[in-house]
Structures are given as C-alpha cells and as structure tokens.
Design a protein around this ligand. Structure first.
Ligand code: TYD
Ligand code: MG
Length: 481
C-alpha cells in the first residue's frame, strides 16, 4: 500500500520540511509553507520493487535530427523564442494576471492553425465560451484551433495521444492542472510539478511543442511557476505596466535561443499588435524640452532600442531621502548617485531622487549609467538637455566613462530616428567607423559631462557657478551649501 508522506512544502520555491515553520530557509519567504502529500507519483511499494531497466548510452558526437522550428507567424514572438517553437520543447510563459498571456497565445495558435497545423488550446481557467468570445473579439473565430476546457492531465494526455500529433499545445494555465498520481490539491507545488512533469514527458515522447502558462503571484497562495522553471526548456516573462499599452515578452531562460531578446507588443482593443520598431514607440510621447529627461541609446538583444529616462531630483523634507526607480536596477542608481557625490561634487543627500524608464521598458544594461547621470544632473540644475542628443556609456566607480558594446548599432538607430548628436565614451569614438551621421561628444569622465550640463543651466540665466573655469561648478562643490 502506498504510504503517504506529509511534509510542509514552500509554495514559493518548493523546499520541503518535516515541521511547519514561519519562514522558508531556502528562499527566505514568510508564510509560504503548506502541508502537502509528497509521496511522489509512484506508490512506494512499486518504487522499491521495480528493477532498473538498462538503456543505451550515446556519444556526444552522435547525429541528432535537427530541432525543427515552427514559426508562430508573429515576428516579435519568434524573435524571443529564437526563431520559432522547437519540436518537443516545453515553454513556460509567466506573467501577472491580466497582462495578456491568453490573448497572445490565442493569437499565436490561431495563426498557426490557419497555416494548417494541428494546434490545441486547453483552458483550465476559462470556459470554452469565454475563449471563443476572446477569439471573436480578436477576429480569429474562423481559425481551426482545437479547443477544450479541461484540467485533468491524464485526460488531456489521452485525448491528445489520439490522431495526428499536435504541433503546438497551449495549457492555460499550469496552476489549474491536476494529476491523479499525487494527492495534493490543484495549485499546490506538488501538483504543479507533477502535472508539468507529465506534460513535459508527453512533449518529449511525441515531439509536440507545449506552452505552459503560469501566473506569477506574490502572495504565495497559488504556487508560483518557479518550481517549473528548471524543468522546462524555455521561460518567457510577459511584462508591462498595467496602465500602459506596451507589453514586453522577455526570454528568461532559453535552451534553444538567446535570452537577451525582447518582443514588444501594444495591447489594443483588437488584441496585441506587434511593435517592430520599439524606439519610435518609446519615444513617441516625449516631453520635449523638460529638464530631467535624457534619451538612452540601448541594445536589447540584437536590436537597438532608444528610450527616454526621466529623473526628478527634489529637495527632501525627510531625514532619509527617498530613492525610487522604475525600470532600472536600484543598486545601479545608488552607484551613479555615489559617483556623482564622490567624484563630481554633486550633493544629493538632501534630495529625493526618482528615476523612471518611459514606456514600461526595463533596462538591464550598465550602458544606461551615462544617460541616467545626465538626466539626474539635468533635473538637479534645472537645465534642459539637448533634445537631439542620445546618451550611452558605463560609469565606473572612479567616475570614468567606460565603453560599451555595439556602439555602431546604437549610433545608427539614433541617426535613423533623427537625432543629431551622441554623448558617448571617449574610448568608443574609434569604433564609430568615422561616418556615424551624428556629431559625437566623447566624454571620458563623468565630471566633464556634469560640468557641461551645469553650464547649460547657468547659461539659461541662473546666477551661480562659473562652470567654464572649473570642472565642477561652485554650487556642487563639497562642503558648500
Ligand atoms: P488576458 O489575455 O486575459 O490576460 P491573462 O491571460 O494574462 O490573464 O488579457 C486580459 C486583459 O487584456 C484584459 O484586461 C483586457 C485586455 N484586452 C484588450 O485590451 N484587448 C483585447 O483585444 C483583449 C482580448 C484583451
Ligand atoms: Mg489568461
């Protein structure tokens, strides 16, 4: 008889404990432990008696059939997957509820079905009628997608084993699936893991590509799909600010492609629209002529993306000034602020600092340092930066502006969008190939840039700081003010 083993499993990371405790020692989350039956999918009695079977060992150099890809027909989606869905692979699409995962996958499956592939959409969350309603809204009702509202993994696997192997199966969402082989309730880590395992086995066996949808919740009530992340071939996250129209699909892990590409979409009344030129989108609502904004020439994967950084530096009434940042790494902001204080004499300890990346984009590149610094100083001295300039460069702790990769691509994109000049690292000037189409303002230290921006401030009629003489204008100098 199968012996049931009860243990306490962290719903965030999947670590198991014998006793209940308030905090998970593995991931540090509080109140995430729930009692689960972890006896596993095979009864103990069978497990212990089963004799191991032998299998053939292969060599590394052996020939494997190519991983044929199935293009989704959406170029932004293909860009993130690395060229299409790979046969027999399992992809997890995570994201906040309501961000548009079901919409994206309805569109992708419909396009594939129209192209003549067998595509199955299993919804565990919505009734068939609701999925149909969405398809109708998207104008995709005529697509021959095979649809079902089911949650039992065994039933799904048996149904899909019949007939031609589907090219793509969408499971929306993995948290609603359950399997008979484990006793825990649907939505618990054990269930999610066992269900994912069964589906992954099916994908590998038949060669069908499977997309699992996973909700990311912060309260730990529904098991986060984190436990599934290491089991699947690729993990994509679908991000965006609720209030904004832009949605960004980002590869977090990809066994068959790059992980630094992003796909940009815009949520419209008629579903998701692909945005093939994100720079135009992120710059479309620029506050031209406002102090505190700088355009960063960034790279997302292989594609240059221009985006506006907005800073607000305001005197604080608090003992500990606020530092808030949206879309960028808070520790990079702290670093830039520290360098500004230590090497450029810009005193910010009495100011609240807010930094925002426009359009809901999240930047991971250190190359944004220079643009962030420019925006911060511009806001502090209330001096508008040139509206036709882009900024990029990494700032080292010593205040030196260091070169970054792909300078020519950044400059080309800026020139394409009508920018006239680029502020870039001195050492990157050589890489530009001479005819960048922009006038280049190479800076080798942050101090130079700060002085230039401060000079613009004083030129606008402010009374202080003879910036031309000193690298650091008087109002910034330490020990003053
Ligand atoms: P949905 O795909 O259901 O999100 P998820 O599956 O990630 O939970 O999308 C939900 C939101 O998208 C909903 O608030 C309405 C909006 N939406 C549109 O704006 N336009 C559309 O054409 C569709 C289908 C949805
Ligand atoms: Mg959904």
């Amino acid at each position: 008889m199968a012996k049931s083993t009860l243990s306490f499993v962290c719903q965030n990371c999947g670590a198991a404990y014998n006793r209940w405790q308030g905090k998970c020692e593995s991931c540090g989350e509080w109140n995430t432990l729930a009692e689960e039956d972890t006896s596993g999918s095979v009864p103990v009695s069978i497990r212990s008696k089963r004799k191991g079977r032998t299998f053939a060992l292969e060599s590394l150099s052996g020939k494997s059939p190519d991983a044929p890809r199935l293009s989704s027909g959406m170029s932004e989606l293909d860009r993130v997957t690395g060229g299409g869905f790979v046969r027999g692979s399992v992809l997890l699409v995570g994201g906040d509820p309501g961000i548009g995962k079901s919409t994206l996958l309805t569109q992708a499956t419909s396009l594939l079905a129209r192209a003549g592939h067998r595509v199955v959409y299993i919804s565990g969350e919505e009734a068939v009628a609701q999925v149909r309603l969405r398809a109708e809204r998207l104008g995709l009702s005529d697509a021959p997608v095979q649809l079902a509202a089911e949650t039992s993994v065994e039933d799904i696997v048996s149904t899909l084993s019949e007939g031609a192997v589907p090219r793509l199966i969408v499971i929306d969402s993995i948290q609603t699936m359950w399997t008979d082989t484990v006793e825990s309730a649907p939505g618990t880590v054990t269930q999610v893991r066992a269900s994912a395992q069964a589906l992954i086995r099916f994908a590998k066996k038949t060669g069908a590509a499977i997309i699992l949808v996973g909700h990311v919740t912060k309260d730990g009530q529904i098991a986060g799909p984190r436990v599934v992340e290491h089991m699947v071939d690729a993990v994509m996250s679908f991000e965006g600010e609720g209030s904004q129209q832009f949605r960004i699909l980002r590869a977090v892990k990809n066994r068959f492609g790059p992980t630094d590409e992003i796909g940009v979409f815009e949520m419209t009344g008629l579903g998701l629209r692909e945005v093939t030129n994100p720079s135009e989108l992120f710059l479309s609502e620029r506050d031209l002529g406002t102090p505190g904004t700088a355009v960063f020439a960034g790279i997302e994967g292989t594609r240059p993306v221009l985006v506006e950084l907005q800073a607000l530096v305001a005197p604080t009434s608090l003992g500990t000034p606020r530092r808030a940042v949206v879309g960028w790494d808070p520790s990079r902001l702290s670093m830039v602020l520290a360098v500004l204080e230590a090497h450029c004499g810009v005193k910010l300890s009495g100011h609240d600092v807010y930094l925002n990346v426009a359009g809901g984009l999240r930047i991971h590149e250190p190359a944004a340092d220079l643009a962030a610094a420019a925006a911060l100083v511009s806001s502090l001295v209330n001096a508008q930066l040139p509206t036709d300039a882009v900024y990029f460069g990494e700032i080292s702790l010593s205040g030196v502006v260091r070169p970054v990769a792909q300078t020519p691509a950044r400059l080309k994109e800026a020139a394409k969008l009508g920018f006239q000049r680029a502020v870039l690292p001195e050492s990157a000037r050589g890489e530009t190939g001479g005819d960048a189409g922009l006038s280049l303002n190479a800076v080798n230290s942050l101090t130079t840039l700060v002085a230039e921006i401060a000079a613009r401030g004083s030129r606008r009629g402010e009374s202080n700081a003879p910036a031309e003489k000193n690298a650091t204008p008087a109002r910034f100098r330490r020990g003053e003010g």
